[in-house]
Design a protein around this ligand. Structure first.
Ligand SMILES: Cc1ncc(COP(=O)(O)O)c(C=O)c1O
Length: 380
């Protein structure tokens, strides 16, 4: 069995989450919109899940709109809250996930103005430059991620949101997909209007998430039809998935401290040994990061080759590059940070979870050293 080190891509379902979901998967009759007893039972399970999700981020349950995951929630935030017209202006950062960047390209084609905030070499949004840009462009909507999925760097969302609101400039959305369950996230404290969550990033089921929005400011629902989710997102609810999402949220709140201390220590143990590899670069290491994430590059070892070698040796990691029409491109996050392209193409990401151990880290480090020693001497 391989050692799974790719929790930012998807984390395994927590056994207690599965237990809570199973009765809903086994007895599949009923529709939460029906008024009869079975319908009311399902409705009540959905509302429990809604309260648990709201509680995790200090929001009101009525502001939680369930979606099919983080991608839908991000699309909804960007397309549902601005008029698709040249008068609308949206601002985001260069290092957002594709589920923010691609909808932004679409709204731009539809006529909106879009701008991107720059980041520093440490992978954090450049605050000074960003405040100037926000003031200058005065967007209708600012969308900034809580934490980056590749580097794990935690972004200054509260600072930007307080500035935008303090100056009466715009609505603020944060994609908190990677932050939830790893660091404390409080919507009130962050002063954001909208937040994206995704269940499978914190041991809930895949393909379920939420957009949380304080006010009922939805201009255009992405999915229209029935009156589910207070007419903000139509379609019969997937109750078992929502129940699992709610349970994962409850566990994330209860276990946050325990998970944080365990993962910070495990990553520290890993990076201490990793840093002994000559020339290794750990991206974003000078910034505050998610406790579980380590994004690094080994000189002369192409990221995808390393990934395949590690996979053969029984370790599952993620590469930092993206394949487009058979051409490997460096990560847009590393490019935005000004990382040299050759080094960026070597990037790989380890993202730990609670089932990972020090023994597994020892094995990974030993395997990395073995693989490096197999490189021709001139390359080492
Ligand atoms: C930062 C970020 N936002 C959004 C998403 C998309 O979430 P989902 O997989 O639930 O569609 C991801 C997934 O990797 C992500 O890392």
């Amino acid at each position: 069995m391989s050692i799974y080190l790719d929790h930012n891509a998807s984390s395994p379902l927590h056994p207690e989450v599965l237990d809570e979901m199973l009765p809903f998967l086994k007895s599949s009759h009923g529709n939460a919109s029906s008024l009869h007893q079975s319908g009311r039972f399902l409705r009540s399970a959905i509302e429990t899940a809604r309260s648990r999700v709201a509680e995790l981020v200090n929001a009101s349950p009525e502001d939680v709109i369930f979606t099919s995951g983080g991608t839908e929630a991000n699309n909804f935030a960007l397309k549902g809250f601005v008029e698709m017209s040249p008068e609308s202006s949206l601002m985001s950062s260069q290092i957002e996930h594709a589920s923010v960047l691609h909808p932004l390209e679409q709204v731009k084609l539809a006529g909106c103005v879009t701008n991107h905030l720059p980041v520093t070499t440490d992978g954090i949004i450049d605050i000074e430059a960003s405040l100037l840009l926000i003031q200058q462009h005065s967007p209708d909507l600012l969308s900034v991620q809580m934490a980056n999925n590749e580097t794990g760097v935690i972004q200054p969302v509260e600072h930007l949101a307080r500035f935008a609101h303090g100056n009466g400039i715009c609505l603020v959305h944060t994609d908190a997909t990677q932050a939830i369950g790893k660091i404390a996230v409080d919507m009130q404290q962050l002063d954001v209007d909208m937040m994206t969550l995704s269940g499978h990033k914190f041991q809930g089921p895949q393909a379920v998430g939420a957009l949380i929005t304080r006010a009922s400011t939805v201009k255009t629902p992405l999915l229209s039809g029935g009156f589910q989710e207070s007419a903000r997102r139509a379609g019969t609810e997937n109750v078992a998935m929502l129940v699992g999402f709610g349970k994962a949220a409850q566990l994330a709140a209860i276990k946050l401290q325990e998970r944080q201390s365990y993962l910070i220590e495990l990553r520290r143990y890993f990076e201490q040994q990793l840093a002994e590899i000559p020339g290794v670069a750990i991206f974003g290491a000078n910034s505050e990061r998610l406790p579980n994430t380590s994004f690094f590059a080994i000189p002369f070892y192409h990221g995808e080759t390393l990934l395949m070698q590690l996979d053969k040796a029984g370790f599952e990691l993620a590469s930092g590059s993206a394949c487009h029409s058979e051409v490997t491109l460096p990560s847009h996050v590393l490019s935005a940070m000004g990382i040299d392209e050759d080094l960026a193409l070597n990037a790989v990401r380890v993202s730990f979870g609670m089932e990972n151990t020090r023994q597994q880290v020892d094995k990974l480090i030993a395997t990395l050293n073995e693989l490096i020693n197999q490189l021709p001497a001139v390359m080492r």
